[in-house]
Design a protein around this ligand. Structure first.
Ligand SMILES: NC(=O)C1=CN([C@@H]2O[C@H](COP(=O)(O)OP(=O)(O)OC[C@H]3O[C@@H](n4cnc5c(N)ncnc54)[C@H](OP(=O)(O)O)[C@@H]3O)[C@@H](O)[C@H]2O)C=CC1
Ligand SMILES: O=C(O)C1=N[C@H](C(=O)O)C[C@H](O)C1
Length: 248
């Protein structure tokens, strides 16, 4: 493994809300971008293989449907992949896992340092309060496409992991009917320009605890993505988390 001190960074989804900020944060390390509309003047291509050839690492904040093609192209080129896109289906996640056999992949639904620590606290709360009703509320801007948010799902997975249960067995996105014992529930609100809010609430008959995170500026994600990219470039193949990047 040879870590790269000044990696060339590409951005998939470079024209988007987060991609634009990532490009700004990358500064002179920016090698190019990926979009559905090419722009040679900015080294923006429509072809993931072409982008991968000019980069050491790609920050991917685009759309879930692009994930299988990106996985194949980046793995083929040997380019590291920081994946922040959310809303992946099973097939897309399988493609990520397969790519991680060949290249370093850091997958994080949320690049914020505080939210990364939130996941650890959620794991502890899940383990320490196994019988409390766990509910996760997330609020985002009106343009967001996926629900529940990737972060909300990651929080739910952390609680389930703390409880030693399979997330798929306890996740509850439809609130109709009697609340099953041990369920982890989700609720989503969409409106305005809310950057991203997440609450984990654990409730018993006689007390309740809430863990809250508020992203106040989308740039927190862009800064985290850059930190992740610089940490990942040149590492061994494998699937890494934001916690890995923050603790080294
Ligand atoms: N990990 C994290 O910390 C964070 C992750 N995210 C995630 O990043 C992703 C992007 O978020 P955001 O920047 O707000 O989204 P935007 O819609 O603003 O940007 C996404 C970009 O992806 C490109 N794209 C490629 N294929 C498609 C498609 N089929 N449909 C729509 N867009 C497509 C578009 O660029 P073009 O039109 O040029 O092709 C678009 O500008 C989301 O999955 C979001 O959940 C967001 C914030 C933080
Ligand atoms: O789409 C967004 O904006 C965000 N998406 C991520 C998610 O789905 O969790 C992270 C953050 O909450 C903002």
């Amino acid at each position: 493994m040879t870590l790269i001190s000044a990696p060339r960074i590409g951005i998939a989804g470079i024209t988007g809300r987060l991609g634009t900020l990532c490009a700004e944060e990358a500064g002179s390390a920016l090698a190019g971008g990926l979009s559905r509309t090419a722009d040679a003047s900015r080294n923006i291509t429509t072809d993931p293989a072409t982008l991968a050839k000019s980069c050491d690492v790609v920050i991917d904040v685009s759309h879930a449907t692009t994930v299988p093609a990106h996985a194949a192209a980046f793995a083929q080129a040997g380019c590291a992949w920081v994946l922040g896109t959310t809303g992946l289906d099973r097939g897309a996640q399988d493609a990520v896992n397969a790519a991680a056999q060949h290249i370093p992949v850091l997958q994080a639904a949320n690049f914020s340092p505080a939210l990364t620590l939130f996941l650890e606290l959620a794991r502890q709360l899940g383990a320490g309060l196994p019988d409390y009703d766990a509910e996760i509320l997330e609020v985002h801007h009106r343009q967001k496409l996926d629900a529940p948010s990737g972060t909300a799902l990651a929080i739910g997975r952390a609680v389930a992991e703390g409880r030693g249960v399979a997330f798929e067995d306890v996740a509850r996105t439809d609130q109709n009917g009697l609340r099953p014992e041990g369920a982890i529930g989700f609720a989503s609100l969409r409106g305005g320009q809310i950057v991203g809010e997440h609450d984990l609430v654990l409730m018993a008959a006689d007390e309740q605890i809430t863990l809250s995170h508020r992203a106040l500026d989308r740039r927190v994600f862009a800064r985290g993505a850059l930190l992740a990219a610089k940490w990942l470039a040149g590492r061994q193949a494998g699937l890494y988390t934001m916690a890995d990047a923050l603790k080294h």
